[in-house]
Design a protein around this ligand. Structure first.
Ligand code: ZN
Length: 140
């Protein structure tokens, strides 16, 4: 199928698919005419890429994940897993906080130890490091 149909199938813009092609993430074959030819396999890959983008993965990371045998693949996956686990922990903290706040009887949040405890325990916002950046502190 041509790029327009592939884009329609996954609900993306054509220029996005071109960009993913240029970045080596999903690279369709070329017809003799030069048009990109997407197969069902490409459509499945496009959906995987969309799912990965939806959880904040960069195209560089996704390329590594999709291509077995790429150098640095295991490390990139390990870093993303650590980030996902840290995000899950922060979300769990936020969930506990909000579940408490809805029932909190203090007139001011700052007078409640449970409320302020959440803020004190919250980590600094984490910057998204670029590819190859090292997550410090765990000796890897
Ligand atoms: Zn409270």
């Amino acid at each position: 199928m041509k790029i327009g149909e592939a884009a329609r199938r996954v609900g993306a813009e054509v220029h996005v698919l071109r960009h993913w092609n240029d970045e080596g993430v999903v690279v369709p074959d070329r017809a003799p005419s030069g048009h990109r030819e997407y197969t069902e396999e490409h459509v499945r890959r496009l959906r995987v890429v969309q799912a990965c983008r939806g959880v904040g993965m960069s195209l560089a990371e996704i390329r590594l994940v999709l291509h077995r045998g790429e150098a640095g693949r295991a490390g990139a996956i390990e870093r993303r897993l650590r980030r996902i686990r840290a995000q899950r922990a922060r979300l769990a903290d936020a969930e506990r906080f909000l579940e408490h706040v809805i029932d909190c009887t203090h007139d001011l949040l700052t007078r409640c130890e449970d409320c302020t405890g959440y803020a004190l325990g919250a980590p600094e916002p984490v910057e998204e490091p670029g590819p190859g950046a090292v997550d410090g502190g765990d000796g890897r």
